[in-house]
Write a protein that binds this ligand. Structure first.
Ligand SMILES: Cc1ncc(C[n+]2csc(CCOP(=O)(O)OP(=O)(O)O)c2C)c(N)n1
Length: 581
């Protein structure tokens, strides 16, 4: 008979797996686990958040920044249901997160007991593995499986644990084994690598398009680009890897796209998709030959009509491929795309250099100032919404900088809790959250987490008093914007009231000094930037349908008598409009 309870052994296994931080909220059924965590305080930190959803966002960010698995804890019923949205984010971002959902007493399961839910069903779709611990005899095996599913499967591994079983003694630890945390090296066969080399030799205008899977292969991707004289475009999750210090970087394509990437893809005859599961296949051209490399075979060919799909780590694959490729001297395609790229980048400077004639600060100016003033190895998190656009276009990546977002799940409210998790994951680095006002207010309780635990995150709220991205989406397809206004307080004053350094900025001249003060402040800080709600982000290429949609919306507004709104919209974006015309 072991001397451990299920809860004690579980926490022991978490420590052994390398988990240092557990995010969550206590609850009756979780008490045995919380008590075990208390006794392991030297090895593992319990981060008491204000909403379990935020805990899950934070855990995912911590895992991504630290490279270690992390954990979340939600108690029976509502406590674990709150985890759901954040766990989806972790799963879609491939973050190794061990989730503990405690459950109603085992004897009551199936009776519709107080707080009873069916966690196996609720979480089935957002976890690599969900294991219910129905008796102490299933420990240590079920936690082992869940931990390994999180770490080896890069996603969420969950255990469901009734409170009474958490407190029960473990009978037999004989099946305990060291948690397996090492992933295999995956590389395509030599014959497939030869095929790829032959296809590359045939092509004239080659473009590399990379994503998160290039993370450990930056040097190899840059070497390939240099050898082939191929421009490098990237998905959002590849931006912090491939933009930094890369003379051949040509930006992003897709809805948030900027720079020369869209033009490069359109003009290419061969695309090398490296470690990317880029969703928006409409932006991947149909005409070129496509070679895709991904260590997850299920990603191959699911977004584009791929001519050759190679299952392999990007680094391993390129190390095998590079010696089989001849270096090229003709850089005319690359030069043309780079010229296009630099022209587009100059266009993006319009509202960095000009204040704009609308109401409020230009978000482009604020984002550029943040990029200029942040540390060389800062971590940024960007909220879903227009902040995604400002982050994509105006945060300049340097080697060592990292970018977090809800890039797979696309949830609002991710930036502040991800910043909290990033700070625990890498306490010595500066962490800057770029928040929408809608996103920030959705999980605003986490301001109290930052204040109460003195977590020195820098929260930058782009307060445009509207759900701006949806407002823009409505206008693009011809709807009158409706249901998008948000009545906000002075978030700077609100931050000050809870003990966080807070400021509100309304004048362009105050942007940089306020950021400098927030960055210099030793504790958490928030700046409420009052930005122009009508600031539009022109897509990389404006389609006729989009122009028609805008024209339709503005004419509807005209006919409904809202001429002032039409005038404001035009005034806010007059410099962009001139460039399109
Ligand atoms: C949880 C959640 N609810 C709704 C949406 C749909 N949505 C996407 S962006 C957005 C608006 C975001 O507004 P805000 O945070 O104010 O940022 P802005 O776009 O104005 O910069 C909405 C409602 C979502 N993605 N996630």
């Amino acid at each position: 008979m072991s001397s451990n309870t299920v809860a004690e052994l579980l926490v022991d296994q978490m420590v052994e797996a390398g988990i240092r931080n557990v995010y969550g909220i206590v609850g009756d059924s979780a008490n045995p686990i919380v008590d075990a965590l208390r006794r392991h305080e030297a090895d593992i930190t319990f981060v008491h958040v204000r909403n379990e959803e935020a805990g899950a966002f934070a855990a995912g960010a911590d895992a991504q920044i630290s490279g270690r698995p992390t954990a979340v804890l939600g108690s029976s019923g509502p406590g674990s249901v709150h985890l759901l949205n954040g766990l989806y984010d972790c799963q879609r971002n491939g973050s190794a997160v061990f989730a503990i959902a405690t459950h109603v007493p085992s004897a009551e399961i199936g009776t519709g007991y107080f707080q009873e839910t069916k966690p196996e069903f609720i979480f089935a779709d957002c976890c690599n593995y969900v294991g219910t611990i129905g008796s102490a005899q299933q420990v240590p095996r079920i936690p082992e499986l869940a931990l390994q599913a999180a770490i080896l499967g890069r996603g969420v591994g969950m255990v469901i644990l009734p409170g009474d079983i958490a407190a029960a003694k473990v009978d037999d630890e004989s099946l305990r084994h060291p948690i397996i945390t090492t992933r295999p090296v995956i590389r395509p066969s030599d014959s497939d690598i030869d095929r790829a080399a032959a296809m590359i030799a045939q092509a004239e205008r080659i473009v590399i398009f990379g994503g998160f899977g290039t993370r450990d292969a930056r040097a190899e991707v840059l070497e390939l680009s240099d050898k082939l004289k191929a421009p490098i475009g990237y998905a959002y999750r590849g931006k912090d890897v491939l933009e930094a210090d890369n003379p051949n970087a040509v930006g992003m394509t897709g809805l948030l796209g900027w720079g020369g990437a869209t033009a490069a893809l359109g003009a290419s005859d061969l695309v090398l998709m490296l470690g990317t599961d880029f969703y928006y296949h409409a932006f991947l051209p149909a005409q070129p030959t496509i070679i895709q490399v991904d260590d997850n075979a299920s990603h191959l060919g699911r977004r584009a009509s791929v001519d050759l799909g190679l299952t392999g780590d990007v680094g391993e694959t390129l190390r095998a491929l590079l010696p089989r490729i001849e270096a090229r001297s003709d850089s005319s395609f690359l030069d043309k795309i780079l010229e296009h790229h630099h022209r587009d980048v100059r266009k993006l400077q319009t509202y960095v250099e000009h204040e704009g004639s609308g109401d409020g600060l230009r978000p482009e100016m604020v984002a550029t100032a943040l990029s200029d003033l942040a540390d060389d190895d800062a971590v940024f998190s960007v909220d879903t919404g227009m902040c995604n656009v400002w982050g994509a276009r105006y945060l300049h990546m340097k080697p060592g900088r990292q970018l977090l977002g809800s890039f797979g799940h696309g949830s609002m409210a991710n930036a502040m809790p991800q910043a909290i998790g990033a700070k625990f994951g890498s306490p010595e680095r500066q962490v800057v959250a770029i928040c929408g006002d809608g996103g920030f207010s959705m999980l605003m309780g986490e301001l109290l987490t930052a204040a109460g635990l003195d977590i020195p995150v820098k929260l930058m709220v782009f307060n445009n008093s509207t759900l701006g991205m949806v407002r823009a989406e409505m206008m693009v397809v011809g709807y009158e914007p409706w249901g998008t206004d948000v009545k906000n307080p002075d978030f700077g004053a609100l931050a000050s009231a809870v003990g966080v350094h807070g400021e509100r900025v309304e004048q362009a001249a105050d942007i940089r000094p306020a950021i400098e003060r927030a960055f210099a402040h030793p504790g958490p800080a928030l700046i409420d930037f009052v930005t122009d709600p009508r600031a539009l982000a022109m897509p990389p290429s404006t389609t006729l349908e989009q122009v028609k949609g805008f024209a339709l919306t503005t004419s509807k507004l005209m006919f409904s008598g809202d001429v002032a709104e039409v005038w404001q919209q035009a005034k806010s974006n007059i410099r962009d409009i001139r460039q399109v015309l």
